[in-house]
Write a protein that binds this ligand. Structure first.
Ligand code: ADP
Ligand code: MG
Length: 353
């Protein structure tokens, strides 16, 4: 739908090396730790006394993304961002990525250029260097695997484990918007398939569409914690949905937790979209995926330091494991949270992480 069909250059005209050269010739390095980038058998990173963090994500066409409504430039941007988010979730700074792609002959040079536009834009926006990758062909669609390297002082790293009973459970921003955006895109896709004359109904939905198509990684939270003078006791990013992530935090710290429904941050567009699909906005905030906000715990002792920081949003607190994982509803009723994560909402998409 979005691909520019005006010009089409076959990748076979360039060959693998020609393609790699074409895509990477303008890449410059900006991180001090990037000692050597693209062009040899391996990149060289100089961590200069820091700990090195590494994380990888694999994205497969038809499983993790649908090119009928995801523009390739957005896909490239998002593929980088979801990796950066994993490093941000460790309270570390992402510094380098490698990008590996498998392409079927359906993809033209122009299409791959679009993908790389998005990848390079994310690198620029987050000051991350593209230092290598791999390129190969595929028989079925597009596969993208990105690995990210991050650096941190040992004492700054925050794990999923480490929370204590009584710690405050917080999130960095509003929830459910990316899933609301996905619902709208899927609806428009099916309406377009049924009637190609139909104009998409996307007015007034820019926020949730952007949250789905062009999410951002909360690499800014590291500085916010530092400025507030706190270090979270545990943390992870919200990729599968808050309910599912909370379960991980509880399991790894051997705790339970209580979440307050009226404290869950939900944007008005998310709210309205949930209603228009006959869904409960709270369920969308708890179980919608791909928000890429951070969920973390802060010690009660640090309450005074963080109570006025707007990116530190209290949604509940940690309890003993025996209390379980519960939602206190707006009617003040306690109900166990079942982590359906992403799959419970959308069984057709085999998203795993
Ligand atoms: P090798 O034979 O060792 O796999 P390649 O010829 O595949 O090397 O890659 C040459 C250089 O280009 C390497 O530095 C590699 O990291 C980089 N590279 C290959 N594919 C990509 C890609 N899709 N994006 C960025 N860099 C790439
Ligand atoms: Mg190679």
């Amino acid at each position: 739908m979005f691909e520019d069909r005006t010009k089409r250059t076959e990748i076979s005209e360039l060959g693998e090396f020609g393609l790699i050269d074409h895509l990477t010739k303008s890449i410059e390095l900006s991180q001090e730790s990037s000692q050597y980038g693209i062009g040899d058998d391996a990149a060289v990173i100089n961590p200069d006394g820091k700990k090195v963090l590494i994380s990888t994500d694999l994205l497969v066409e038809g499983i993790h993304f649908d090119l009928t409504y995801v523009p390739l430039k957005h896909l490239g941007y998002k593929a980088v961002v979801v990796n950066l988010s994993d490093i941000a979730a460790m309270n570390a700074l992402p510094t380098q990525i490698t990008v590996s792609i498998a392409l079927s002959n359906r993809f033209s040079l122009e299409a791959v250029e679009e993908l790389y536009e998005g990848i390079k834009l994310a690198c620029k926006r987050y000051n991350v260097d593209l230092v290598g990758g791999d390129t190969t062909s595929s028989k079925s669609g597009l596969v993208i695997s990105i690995s990210v390297i991050g650096l941190a002082n040992e004492n700054d790293i925050v794990y999923r484990k480490g929370a204590k009973a009584g710690d405050i459970l917080c999130v960095s921003g509003d929830l459910g918007a990316a899933y609301a955006g996905l619902l709208v895109l899927e609806r428009e896709k099916s309406e377009f398939t049924a009637n190609p004359e139909m104009q998409p109904q996307l007015d007034g939905l820019d926020y949730i569409l952007e949250r789905q198509l062009k999410p951002e990684a909360r690499v800014d939270m590291m500085k916010i914690f530092k400025e507030a003078g706190v270090k979270p006791t545990s943390m992870m990013d919200v990729s599968d949905g808050l309910a599912s992530e909370i379960k991980h935090l509880c399991k790894q710290s051997d705790l339970g937790c209580t979440v307050y429904e009226d404290k869950l941050p939900i944007d008005q567009q998310t709210w309205d979209t949930a209603r228009s699909f006959d869904m409960d906005p709270t369920m969308m905030a708890l179980n919608g995926g791909e928000d890429y906000e951070l969920v973390y715990t802060i010690s009660q002792d640090d309450y005074e330091k963080v109570k006025t920081v707007k990116q530190i949003i209290f949604v509940g607190y940690m309890t003993e494991a025996s209390a379980g994982i519960n939602l206190i509803t707006k009617n003040n009723v306690s109900a166990p949270i079942t982590a359906q994560g992403w799959d419970g909402l959308n069984k057709d998409r085999g998203r795993e992480s």
